[in-house]
Each structure stands twice: as C-alpha cells, then as structure tokens.
Design a protein around this ligand. Structure first.
Ligand code: FES
Length: 265
C-alpha cells in the first residue's frame, strides 16, 4: 500500500472548496466540505471529464462535460451518464497539512475491496423524454412506401409497412453494451427519414443518432448493429446512420422504461 503524501495545507482550500493536486503522478480532486477533506480521481468515468472543474454542491460534484454526479466521499456515481464510481483515496489531516494516500485500482478504504457498483440514482425524476425531432421526416416522393400505421403486435416487424414507428421498434433490439438498455429508450435516436432507392420496391432509411459522449467507445458497434437490424426489413434497400452531437444527449432524453432498468427514480 502506498504512503500518505502531503497534498496541501488546510488553508489552501476554502470550506466548501476544491483544488487539483498531483499525487504520485495522479491528478486528484481534493475537496474541503463541512470541515473534512476528501480526495477522488479527477476523472469522470463517463468519458474522462475533469471533475474538479465541475459544480460542487454539498458532497456532490457534477462533471462539467455532461453532468454526471459523483459523491466526493466515496467516488460513487450518482447520476447518468456515469455508471461506474471514480476512485476515492484515503485522506488524513495533521499539523495543518492534508495528506492523501492513493488507493490501488479496485481497493477500498484501508486496502479492502471496493463494494460492487450499484446502479446510479438521480435525486430528481424529470419529465418524459423529448427526442430532438421524433416527427421529422424528409420530404420525398417515396412516402407512398411508408405509412404512419403503428406496428402490429404478433406480426413479424420485418414484413410490416415501413414507418418511423416501425424502424424505432426494430431499433429496440440494439442495446448499449455498457448500460444494457436499448438505444431508443436511451433517447439516442433523433430522426428517421426515408428516400427512394433504385429498386422501386424498397426504401433508403436515414437515421440520425447521437451518443452519450463524442468519444463513446460503443459507437462503432451501435452503428453497425443499427444498420444490421433495420436492414433486415424486406422493404429496406440500405441504411445510412449519421452521428449528430447537436443537441447533445442528456439523461432527460431517456424513457421511464430506461430509467426503471437503470434503477433511476
Ligand atoms: S465526461 Fe463526465 S459526464 Fe460525460
């Protein structure tokens, strides 16, 4: 186990307050709240955002990039889009100085194993999601091949009339590999549109999809799965997937089903 290393003097950090320190080559966010000091990795587990630059409210720090919240006392992820804790480190105060001992990956206080990750919870339940353009369709002459009829239960989706609702139903088969929630309920699908193909009996489908972060590691897989699933429909000639980052994804785009699956209330 590593040693306690001097990180700051007590007076260096206001109460409440935060500062970035470097300990053993690691960038650590040091917090002073309620007369106590806390230290966590300065890394948001969603996509590496710098936590120390975020808003500090009581014992919660919000990532400045996409808003994930962490408990500064434990490193626990409290809200989407982060689902994993960031590492917290041991802190002691002696003779006016603050000392931090870096924990090894996966170890908890005093070197004990970290508790298993529990699903994040938010403190507020927002309104049902509003996708950016759920009713937008491109203008084209091929809409005779598409309908507004909802998918019919009990019939194979791949042989029913092509429509935006049907495409969204098909896309519920595509799940985020980290969250195990489908990309429709996550609110990642912004738009579905249709255009004619050289084969008059089929349509080209264009899908505007976003990611929970620009560098989402699951991106290539989600794009490939989206093309594969929609391409199974007998009236689809080809599938184009455009990644759009404006407006950026936010957790309030998720449906209540997604919230239930993630344990967010
Ligand atoms: S990088 Fe922190 S919420 Fe996305």
């Amino acid at each position: 186990m590593s040693e306690f290393i001097h990180a700051a003097n007590i007076g260096d950090v206001t109460d409440p307050g935060k500062m970035l320190v470097e300990i053993d080559g690691e960038m650590i966010a040091l917090f002073h709240v309620g007369g106590s000091f806390y230290a966590i990795d300065d890394v948001c587990t969603h996509d590496g955002g710098p936590l120390v630059d975020g808003d500090l409210q009581d014992y919660t720090i919000a990532c400045p990039r996409h808003g994930a919240k962490f408990d500064i006392r434990t490193g626990s992820a409290l809200s989407m889009p982060a689902i994993r804790p960031t590492l917290s480190h041991d802190v002691k105060v002696e003779d006016g100085s603050v000392f931090v001992r870096i924990r090894e990956n996966g170890s908890g206080p005093n070197g004990n194993p970290m508790p298993s990750t529990t699903p994040p919870a938010t403190t507020a339940h927002t309104n049902p999601p509003q996708t950016a353009a759920t009713n937008t369709r491109s203008n084209n002459d091929a809409t005779t091949e598409t309908t507004d009829r909802p998918p019919v239960e009990g019939q194979s989706l791949t042989s029913q009339s092509l429509s935006e609702d049907l495409v969204r139903e098909l896309l519920k088969q595509v799940k985020d590999p980290e969250l195990f929630v489908n990309i429709v309920d996550l609110g990642l699908i912004y738009d579905v549109s249709f255009s004619p193909s050289s084969d008059e009996s089929k349509q080209l489908v264009s899908i505007d999809m976003t990611m929970t972060s620009p560098a989402c590691p699951a991106g290539p897989q989600l794009i490939a799965d989206t093309k594969r699933v929609v391409g199974t429909h007998e009236k689809v000639a080809d599938v184009e997937v455009r990644i759009v980052m404006e407006p950026p994804w936010t957790p309030d785009r998720m449906t209540d089903d997604a919230r239930d699956q993630l344990g967010i209330f």
